[in-house]
Design a protein around this ligand. Structure first.
Ligand code: SF4
Ligand code: SF4
Length: 469
């Protein structure tokens, strides 16, 4: 039997083509340290990024009409969005809201490409404008990219980890505030984790995931984990705005300063668009799924063009058609159909929210005996009034039959008619009426008026059962 031979590294075959921008030839992770290009787009993105960070931290503290701007209280199954509270029973409203968000994303992508990825995605915002600057500070690269200027000592690595942990801890607490509210969070922070173990585990898991992502996973999230990057290929068309290299102007590329009379294109093959790319790709290879439209290559190339005396914009915002010299088409199927759908959804949503009463009410028959007949001929039906207070104040409700001469409604527990904000109850009631009311077919549809102290009124129909003859 011949002995097994293990090929040495030199015997390994080279990959026939470049597979992933973050993989070395031997399959190990290629760590990216992009150079920073501080051009006009970077300045604009930086303003947007810091504004978004402030908004993210501020939202849980803001109130509209006494209610949080956003509170996704999963435990209580209540979702407050822009001061409006949605309950699990608001299926239609929640469905409209989700569809509106979904169609908005599709429309924005069809028009502006991956603008979300480059300008507003938390991954890009925090990675490029918070954590990478921290790395540059510690490693002394000052945005020059490439290898760290000095190897970090163990103590400095611990210190950098501590800075990351504090920032991620703060972000994890802010994230948790969206689900539990700032008041409860402040209370929990001051008490032992044993008193609120679930919330503590959620916060610790979020902190751990953030540390893993921003310290280790980084651009991999965009490249292999984010579904939006995958979907973009079906959401974009030839007219969608993307960050693109103009091969008609740039090719044939030629190293070094040159003029058009050399027969060369404007690209001086300086590789600057590649070394600034946070996902490690070469934009000159055309539209790629890895491109998050961060505009760093535009800034880098504009800088080079300025230095070699060529017009800026070799890499620029444009559509695939405009780069190929074709006319811009503002009116196309996507830019008509999506806005029409979006308008319809938003109108439905606004109408549904604006016409929603300050409370929900239903009168539900209690299961069991359908009716009781008393010796004096009075008939009694048992019901439960389901009330949901949707206002931000405590309310006391009244329930009055519309035909008070024939019907009386007796509330068995008057205290239950007082509801705090967003509270819901079932109030047991007895409805009494003369047996003549149901004579004939044994039932009668009647109605009651339910009012709160803020003059919200609802008319609720219900069916009485009684002797038919
Ligand atoms: S930065 Fe511009 S000039 Fe330099 S390689 Fe990229 S496209 Fe060519
Ligand atoms: S190719 Fe350009 S726009 Fe795309 S991710 Fe790289 S640097 Fe950003």
């Amino acid at each position: 039997m011949s002995p097994k031979t293990v090929p040495d590294n030199d015997a390994l075959l080279d990959a026939p083509e470049h597979v992933l921008s973050t993989l070395e030839q031997d399959g190990s992770r290629r760590w990216l340290r992009p150079r920073l290009s501080t051009g006009k787009w970077w300045h604009r993105r930086r303003i947007v990024a810091y504004l978004l960070m402030v908004v993210f931290v501020a939202i849980p503290h803001l109130r509209i009409g006494g209610k949080p701007v956003i509170l996704l209280d999963i435990a209580a199954r209540k979702f407050t969005i822009f001061g409006k509270t949605f309950l699990p029973t608001d299926t239609m409203l929640l469905a409209l809201l989700m569809l509106t968000v979904f169609v908005s994303i599709v429309l924005i992508t069809a028009i502006a490409g991956r603008a979300w990825c480059g300008w507003a995605c938390p991954q890009t915002v925090y990675m490029e404008f918070l954590f990478r600057p921290i790395d540059r500070l510690f490693e002394g690269t000052k945005g020059k990219g490439g290898k760290a200027k000095h190897q970090l000592s163990f103590a400095m690595q611990i210190l950098r980890f501590a800075v990351y942990a504090v920032l991620c801890g703060f972000l994890a607490h802010t994230f948790l505030a969206y689900f539990v509210g700032t008041d409860r969070l402040a209370q929990w922070v001051r008490s032992s984790p044993i008193e609120h173990p679930v919330a503590f585990v959620v916060m610790a898991a979020t902190l751990g995931l953030m540390l893993f992502d921003f310290m280790f996973f980084r651009e991999q999230l965009c490249l292999i984990a984010c579904p939006y990057g995958r979907f973009q290929s079906v959401m974009l068309d030839q007219q969608s705005m993307i960050v693109a290299y103009d091969p008609g102007r740039g090719e044939p590329r030629k190293k070094g300063r040159h003029t058009a009379s050399d027969g060369a294109g404007d690209c001086v093959d300086c590789n600057q668009c590649v070394v600034v790319c946070p996902t490690g790709i070469d934009i000159r290879n055309g539209l790629q799924m890895e491109c998050i439209n961060c505009t760093q290559c535009i800034d880098a190339c504009d800088d080079v063009m300025e230095k070699v005396g060529s017009p800026k914009g070799l890499i620029r915002y444009g559509s695939q058609d405009s780069i190929a010299g074709k006319a811009k088409k503002l009116i196309r199927a996507r830019t008509i159909i999506y806005p029409v759908i979006l308008l319809a959804l938003m109108s439905g949503l606004v109408y549904a929210i604006s016409t929603k009463s300050g409370f929900d009410a239903r009168i539900i028959r209690k299961s069991g005996a359908p009716f009781t007949v008393y010796p004096d001929g009075t008939v009694s039906n048992e019901f439960r009034v389901r009330l949901v207070n949707r206002t931000s104040d405590t309310q006391i409700y009244s329930v009055t039959p519309d035909d008070s001469e024939e019907i009386t409604i007796e509330v068995l527990d008057e205290d239950k008619l007082q509801l705090k904000a967003d509270q819901s109850v079932l109030v047991p009631v007895h409805v009494k009426f003369k047996s003549s009311l149901t004579r004939g077919n044994g039932h009668k549809i009647v109605s009651a008026t339910i009012k709160d102290q803020s003059n919200n009124v609802r008319e609720v129909e219900f069916s009485l059962l009684g002797p038919g003859s």
